[in-house]
Design a protein around this ligand. Structure first.
Ligand SMILES: [Zn+2]
Length: 292
């Protein structure tokens, strides 16, 4: 049955990073450049967005842009928005203010040089802007970013800023500058806020859960959906875990087994989302919501 689309415009965002690049660094302590899996998987998203005549925002990791500048050009030439997703995917609480300044400046310049366009938006790796790291918003404003979309207004284990309002809002910062924050989408149940419309939440739950969550969000505000190119990738990898201990190897294999199993339904879910809801770039949503 074809579902009739509601009228609300939402933002479709993709954090462009390579799974194997990050897995090798975080699990094995090895630095390998991003693999071409990120190109292949991103191309699937470009294709399906084109099929549904939809524009999206691609927050791109500096390392990916450095290895695959043509991918960045292809995304920009297709009319999508490009934003920054850090350079080496380091969470902000692991960086000093100066380190963060250097990383975002380098990533922004690289993406602007490749595309020839100004970059307006930023998404922190692993949504790592919270109450403790809110100084990062000042750095972003100083670097000329118009908006950030990194705050999850939840009390999460790994991330979250529970007191933050879920609305898109202009923030006046201690350095006398301002920035727009577009928090990630949440739903409230039993008096508690839960993340919705992205990554693992789309992967783990059946499609109707995401659909209901978006419908509920749309009663009040646009939804901000996020995903990663690797979430559709079910290709078995030939990487060995020879450098890992037996215990870590088993843990990694179990982790990958669950990951691959959960990814099988993602392509279909993405297709249904694009069929049911209207999406555009996050920058367009922000301009509409803040009257800029
Ligand atoms: Zn990321």
């Amino acid at each position: 049955m074809v579902e009739s689309p509601p009228n609300r415009l939402n933002a479709f965002t993709i954090d462009v990073e390579d799974y194997w690049n990050i897995f090798h660094r975080d699990w094995l302590g090895q630095n390998i450049p991003p693999t071409d899996a990120v190109v292949r998987n991103t191309q699937w998203f470009l294709q399906i967005l084109d099929e549904f005549n939809t524009k999206a925002t691609f927050f791109i990791l500096g390392e990916v842009a450095e290895s695959f500048p043509d991918l960045v050009r292809t995304i920009a030439q297709a009319g999508h928005e490009i934003g920054v997703h850090g350079y080496h995917h380091r969470q902000i609480f692991k960086l000093t203010r100066d380190d963060f300044h250097r990383e975002v400046a380098k990533a922004k310049k690289l993406l602007e040089d490749i595309t020839g366009n100004s970059i307006h938006g930023h998404r922190a790796p692993a949504f790592s802007i919270n109450q403790e790291t809110q100084w990062a918003l000042e750095v972003l404003a100083e670097e000329g970013f118009i908006y950030d979309s990194s705050v999850f207004p939840i009390a999460g284990k790994r991330y979250g800023w529970p007191e933050f309002s879920p609305d898109i809002q202009i923030l006046d910062l201690p350095n006398n500058q301002s920035i727009i924050e577009a928090p990630l989408s949440i739903v409230r149940m039993f008096g508690k806020a839960f993340p919705a419309g992205g990554g693992g939440y789309i992967r783990h739950f059946p499609y109707f859960v995401t659909r209901q969550a978006l419908r509920s969000i749309n009663k009040q505000r646009p939804a901000i959906v996020y995903c990663h190119p690797y979430e559709i990738d079910i290709t078995p990898k030939s990487y060995t875990y020879s450098k890992l201990s037996l215990k870590s190897r088993c843990k990694a294999m179990r982790f990958h087994y669950v990951q691959l199993r959960n990814r099988r339904s993602v392509k279909d879910k993405m297709r249904r989302l694009l069929q049911t809801f209207f999406f555009t770039t996050l920058y367009k949503i922000i301009c509409k919501e803040t009257g800029q």
